[in-house]
Design a protein around this ligand. Structure first.
Ligand code: C2E
Ligand code: MG
Ligand code: MG
Length: 636
């Protein structure tokens, strides 16, 4: 009953009382203008009766109101519980004040048990921290937050994604008293989205990016090269005769083989590059950021392509029955920078290069650019020729004299030359890195050692030359051979050379590789009487630690420092420090690449006692060497 209804009812009651002819005396006296005592009593009773009636009516109204509220609360609870989203209210201290059925299901507790708890009581620490972070934005900054939240749930730690809307609940004065959140499970939707994304951008057989994603990334890289000078490369990789596998082994094994190829190719590719499959047996590799120098970029791309070719030959179908067919691939490469190519150009150029590789018989690579191609071919030919060099007796040893402070020749350094039938004398810098890469340095290195030892043995029989030493450069590839010590020992015995006259030159990089192992090998060789020099000192890590620990006899200061001693105070400081260091460690020190009398004088003044350089003699064939005459330094 509303207030106005109540007033109307009371008035009706008063009216009814007077019409029913309530005590006429009272009425009469009232009409006469005075109120007798009995009249007051009656009035009091009426008022009391009226108040009692009003109280009863009010209570009824309250009960009805409570009933109505309970009904609407139940309705609301039914509605909230039937919603397939988690609805909750959290107090300003992040404790749950309300949670609906879905919410209690998610945490696996009855709603009553959730109340008063925080997320830290209900979820793992990562989830709780993420929820707290979002809640703070609502409770502390009053933001309305719409955010994806991950919940880890169950023993298998399944991750669910919820889309959460969180709002502040405010008091009348506008201050925030609580947070109301609605979180909807969108995991399935996300999975579908991801699946759709995978199908759109990835190849279903290999899981690699497909043509569409490759083109997107290529577009980005092409745009990137417009802004920078850095090179990128696109490599088209096509298996040679893949259809033979399909025809002879069946499509299923063909598919398995393609998956295996994708996997092995992936092993040599940087994470930042894109390896894609365009279809059938065509793969593409997009390499970005190959540096600013075109030659270095070409070499880097070539190295990757060679690795890919190697990987493909080793790829096998991963089942018991090994693939017996020889498998190889052809690779076409194009390089671009400075916006030289758009997406279509790059794809076309790499394809043309691929066709050229195919035409050349497969199992090879080709560059689109003719100059790069020539450069690569040059090295390919050089490498092919190098295989024949030993057999064709094209290697030569030249010797460069080393002198003491009285300009007397104390020994020589053996320096390798390749007398190529067409190219002439090829310097070691051009073929030793190749020989190290394909391990031809092993037979070549032993040939150098053997030739030098024979020479030592021959000089031992010539009275005026028997004290001369020969320094032989040793590559780290040789040093790491398990039979290196045995081979050196065998060579010494076979040639009859005096080990004390043999100096092996090693570089700092070798010492850094496996220091303990290298130290042991050096110690065992030292026991035979062989001496060691550290070549190119100062260009590597120059760690004082190995100078102390290794059985070294001499340091050779690199030519690059000697070049600067007269003009560059830093070079001068490095050289004087090295000389002092060597002297205090009891090591000989040789200055390499001494070209002028001024350099020679400066070095002598700073305590250096041994020299090698054009000033005293260039590397020469044995017949041209003058060894016994004290050398008069050539004036410059
Ligand atoms: P390295 O052992 O530091 O040899 C010194 C290089 O400096 C030699 O170059 C020599 O000709 C050059 N040189 C000496 N004095 C001067 C000078 O006054 N001015 C100038 N401009 N150059 C001078 P080369 O013969 O071209 O050898 C280059 C490198 O090739 C050698 O550097 C060594 O690391 C390597 N090498 C040479 N022979 C062999 C070998 O038999 N085995 C191995 N593993 N490496 C070798
Ligand atoms: Mg050397
Ligand atoms: Mg050197």
């Amino acid at each position: 009953m509303s207030n106005s209804e109540w007033r109307v009812t009371a008035r009706r009651f008063v009216l009814a009382g007077s019409l029913a002819g309530l005590p006429s005396a009272a009425c009469a006296s009232a009409q006469a203008g005075g109120v007798p005592t009995a009249g007051w009593g009656v009035m009091g009773l009426v008022v009391a009766a009226l108040l009692a009636l009003a109280g009863v009516a009010y209570r009824r109204r309250l009960l009805r109101e409570v009933e109505r509220l309970r009904a609407s609360h139940e309705e609301l609870t039914t509605i909230l519980d039937s919603v397939d989203a988690c609805i909750y209210v959290k107090s300003s201290d992040f404790r749950y004040q309300y949670v609906n059925r879905k919410g209690s299901e998610i945490v696996g507790l009855p709603a009553a048990a959730v109340l008063g708890k925080t997320d830290a009581d209900l979820f793992d620490s990562v989830t709780a921290a993420e929820l707290r972070f979002n809640d703070r934005r609502v409770l502390e900054q009053g933001e309305k937050v719409v955010v994806e939240e991950g919940y880890v749930q169950g023993e298998e730690s399944s991750v669910f994604t919820f889309l959460s809307i969180k709002l502040p609940l405010r008091r009348a004065d506008g201050s925030i008293r609580a947070l109301c959140g609605i979180s909807t499970d969108v995991s399935e939707y996300r999975d579908i989205q991801e699946c759709k994304h995978r199908l759109t951008f990835y190849d279903s057989l290999t899981g690699l990016p497909n043509r569409r994603l490759l083109l997107d990334r290529l577009e980005m890289v092409v745009k990137g090269t417009r802004r920078s000078e850095r090179y990128a490369a696109l490599l088209f990789i096509d298996l040679d005769d893949f259809k033979v596998i399909n025809e002879t082994q069946g499509l299923q094994r063909g598919d398995r083989f393609l998956r295996q190829v994708a996997h092995t190719l992936g092993e040599v590719v940087r994470e930042s590059d894109t390896l894609a499959r365009l279809g059938a047996d065509e793969f593409v590799l997009l390499i970005h950021d190959l540096g600013l120098d075109v030659e270095q970029a070409a070499h880097a791309a070539e190295r990757v392509a060679e690795k890919l070719l190697g990987q493909i030959t080793s790829a096998q179908v991963d089942d018991e029955q090994a693939l017996t067919l020889p498998i190889s691939a052809s690779i076409g490469i194009t390089l671009f920078a400075n916006g030289q190519a758009n997406v279509d150009d790059a794809m076309r150029q790499a394809d043309i290069a691929l066709q050229q590789a195919k035409l050349a018989g497969g199992n090879t690579l080709r560059f689109f650019n003719a100059d790069m191609q020539a450069d690569v071919m040059e090295r390919v030919h050089l490498e092919a020729d190098l295989h024949q060099a030993l057999a064709r007796d094209e290697l030569r040893l030249h010797y460069q004299v080393q002198v003491n402070d009285r300009a007397e020749v104390t020994g020589v350094e053996a320096l390798l030359r390749w007398q190529h039938p067409r190219r002439g004398l090829v310097p070691p810098g051009q073929f030793i890195p190749l020989a190290e890469k394909n391990r031809l340095i092993l037979p070549i290195g032993y040939w150098v050692l053997e030739t030098a030892c024979r020479q030592l043995a021959a000089w031992a029989r010539q009275g005026d030359r028997q004290a001369l030493t020969i320094s032989v450069n040793v590559s780290s590839v040789q040093f790491h051979q398990p039979d290196f010590i045995a081979r050196v020992q065998h060579t010494l015995e076979e040639t009859g050379a005096n080990p004390a006259r043999l100096m092996l030159e090693v570089t700092e990089s070798l010492l850094m590789e496996e220091p303990e192992r290298v130290r042991n090998i050096m110690l065992r060789l030292s026991k035979l009487g062989i001496r060691f020099a550290l070549d190119d000192f100062g260009t590597g890590y120059s760690s004082l630690n190995y100078l102390k620990r290794l059985p070294l006899d001499a340091l050779k200061i690199d030519k690059s420092f000697i070049d600067g001693v007269l003009d560059d105070p830093v070079d001068a400081a490095i050289v004087t420090t090295t000389i002092t260091l060597a002297n205090s460690l009891g090591l000989e020190v040789t200055a390499e690449g001494v070209e002028t009398e001024a350099q020679h004088r400066w070095l002598q003044e700073h305590g250096c006692m041994a020299f090698q350089g054009y000033l005293f003699g260039r590397p020469l064939a044995l017949e041209e060497l003058s060894l016994t005459e004290p050398l008069r330094p050539m004036s410059t």
